[in-house]
Design a protein around this ligand. Structure first.
Ligand code: XCC
Length: 635
């Protein structure tokens, strides 16, 4: 039974305990929800006004138009682009927080933060075409923050956002400009989507989807700036050995799980935890304070500091069922509201921190960058207090954890390649792609979903692509899956990589001082860090003088579920990348929208969605796409 729900081995220990304790989990609620609404699954349910809800009969027997006259194509297109707007809002709001923090640091207003990576800040300034000559670090930070915040303020429709302009190939920018889908202002584009999808507004599915693509590109812009400015503030990831899965929770420590997405809080919690370690020991925790990560906050601190990852999305509740998490500190996104109730069944303090993200039953500690240290101290003190109430008889920490070598940002990938060719670091990668040792590159991203046995599609696809010599990058909960299942190890490379891929990964890893191959899948970070993978691709495309849609590059979200994944997938397509979805997107009620996203997009953008629920077949299809792209390049 358990294995149908999840392939995470720690669930086998914890789900029976959840049952015994009377705790319902995401899988119980999924079962209780069956059968799920077919209209919703097809995307043909419209709740945009109060004359509704309306739904279109997919079999053609009942109504083919809503009460206002909107047909299935209009309804589906409106629904999907509202999802994109929500995803873009989430990522770019995260980015805005980071940009404002950078501005605060530049102005000396935020004692909890500093520029940890000055070289990265300078590189970002250069990328944005900001002159830094004779400028000190605060001045550069101020100029970078200003240029970034313009992406939320610019009112000139013809001037694309600064970050997107600095982040794509020239050819791609021209192509997107010709389609009028380059965003000029993240906030404005999101607002436009909400406005044009009101009752009685845009009804043309093509026009709506183009508006959605613009929104998705605004999402990309927000992700680029979130990643790069976080690196400047908190450090650029470099390879670090850590561990993943619930076995990283320690029985004799005050365990604090940091969960959500935004590193502004978790970075300070990590720092303060170090300072308060002694207090935890005094409270009886002989191993002091142990920070573990969940979801993308987990990925952020994992790739930067080697903090172990306890769980990806679907196992967040299981972390609490171990009975050994003393505080779960959450910021924004992907936090199941159920965690406060489960926390209350145990002794766990579930702490919300963002004014706009509260959960009934949770403790709220308001987090502001200005007073970050005080909030973090309060959070850590709350965890130590909770630890004192922990019932050791209810502690069940599964004995599962896997080593994970993580932290492959652009700089570390290029750095590793530079050990083979210092003058032209990309050359060894390009050579190996050209000679076929590496057939292509696949970026795995996105969530877990109860529609799929947790992690199974990620793992199945990765093993098949590896055997066929595809180099793999991962972010988000996909990266969490691979880390938990041991695919971010050197052993996995030796076991699963095809011969030529193995040889390349070994050559790079050995020359970079890793004493063996690079891990089978390279962990690039959180979901906003998908922008890192694009940066690598853009560098390769620029060097070859081609555009992104010519590269043997594919993306896959085999277990996608969030609206953010809809936004990411759509910009991936807009950048020219064939993008696989392993869960059914809620658009199939419109043949027109489905065709636009899976076929027309190919002509317009070079990228397109490819939906395949069977992970084995999906891997085969991506291999075919890679071979088709290679043929196009004549390699
Ligand atoms: Fe959320 Fe980023 Fe999805 Fe995971 S991958 S379930 S969006 S945490 Ni972003």
């Amino acid at each position: 039974m358990t294995m149908k729900l999840t392939t995470d081995p720690s669930a086998a220990t914890l789900l029976p305990i959840a049952k015994k304790e009377g705790v319902s989990t995401v899988w119980d609620r999924h079962r209780a929800m069956q059968p799920q609404c077919g209209f919703g699954q097809l995307g043909v349910c419209c709740r945009i006004c109060w004359k509704g809800p309306c739904r279109i009969d997919p079999f053609g027997d009942g109504p083919q138009r809503g009460i206002c006259g909107a047909d299935a194509d209009t309804i589906v297109a409106r629904n999907v682009i509202r999802m994109i707007a929500a995803g873009a809002a989430g990522h770019s709001e995260h980015g805005r927080h980071v940009a404002l923090a950078l501005q605060g640091v530049a102005e000396g207003r935020l004692p909890a933060y500093q520029i940890r990576d000055e070289a990265k800040l300078r590189a970002v300034a250069a990328k944005l075409d900001i002159c830094t000559e004779g400028q000190d670090i605060p001045a550069i930070a101020a100029a970078v923050a200003k240029a970034t915040l313009e992406d939320f303020q610019n009112q000139d429709h013809d001037a694309p956002c600064n970050w997107i302009e600095a982040s794509l190939t020239k050819k791609r920018l021209e192509r997107l400009q010709a389609l009028h889908v380059l965003p000029h202002n993240i906030d404005a584009v999101i607002t436009q989507i909400m406005g044009r999808t009101l009752v009685g507004c845009d009804a043309d599915p093509v026009n709506l989807i183009l508006g959605g693509i613009k929104g998705a590109l605004a999402d990309f812009d927000g992700m680029c700036l979130a990643t790069e400015l976080s690196d400047a503030l908190f450090g650029t990831p470099s390879p670090v050995i850590t561990a993943a899965n619930l076995g990283v929770i320690k029985p004799d420590a005050v365990n604090i799980a940091v969960h959500g997405h935004n590193p502004l809080l978790s970075e300070v919690v990590c720092e303060v935890a170090g300072q308060m370690d002694e207090e935890a020991r005094k409270a009886g925790a002989k191993d002091g304070i142990n920070i573990v990560g969940i979801c993308c906050t987990g990925n952020e601190v994992m790739v930067r500091h080697g903090i172990p990852l306890a769980a990806n999305y679907l196992s967040q509740e299981l972390a609490l069922i171990t009975g050994a998490v003393d505080a779960m500190v959450v910021d924004v996104q992907c936090i199941m509201p159920s965690v406060s109730e489960i926390g209350a069944c145990f002794h766990t303090a579930v702490i919300t921190t963002m004014a706009e993200n509260k959960i009934p039953g949770a403790t709220h500690v308001d987090f502001k960058e200005e007073t970050a240290l005080e909030s973090a101290r309060r959070i850590v003190a709350t965890a130590i207090d909770a630890y004192k109430r922990r019932d050791p008889r209810r502690v069940n920490i599964p004995d599962f954890k896997q080593t994970a070598i993580v932290g492959f940002g652009v700089e570390s990938v290029v750095g590793a390649l530079a050990t083979l060719n210092a003058e032209d670091p990309l050359q060894p990668l390009i050579e190996n792609i050209a000679n076929g040792n590496i057939r292509g590159i696949a970026l795995f991203a996105g969530c877990n979903s109860t529609q799929v046995a947790q992690d199974s599609s990620f793992v199945t696809m990765a093993k098949k692509l590896a055997a066929n010599n595809v180099l793999m990058l991962a972010t988000g909960c996909g990266a969490g899956s691979f880390a938990k299942h041991g695919l971010m190890t050197q052993e996995a490379t030796l076991e699963y990589a095809g011969d030529s891929l193995k040889a390349v990964l070994t050559a790079i890893g050995t020359s970079a001082g890793l004493n063996g191959p690079l891990p089978l899948v390279l962990h690039m970070g959180s979901c906003v860090d998908n922008s890192r993978a694009v940066q690598v691709a853009v560098a390769v495309a620029d060097k070859l003088g081609v555009d992104l849609d010519q590269l043997p590059l594919v993306a896959s979200a085999p277990e996608a579920m969030s609206e953010k994944a809809v936004a990411i997938g759509t910009w991936s397509v807009a950048l020219g990348i064939p993008t696989h979805l392993g869960t059914m997107p809620q658009v199939t009620g419109s043949a027109k929208v489905t065709e636009l996203l899976t076929q027309t997009a190919k002509d317009l953008l070079g990228g397109y969605f490819l939906v395949e629920l069977d992970p084995n077949l999906a891997a085969d299809k991506l291999l075919e796409v890679i071979e088709e792209r290679r043929k196009g390049l004549g390699i």
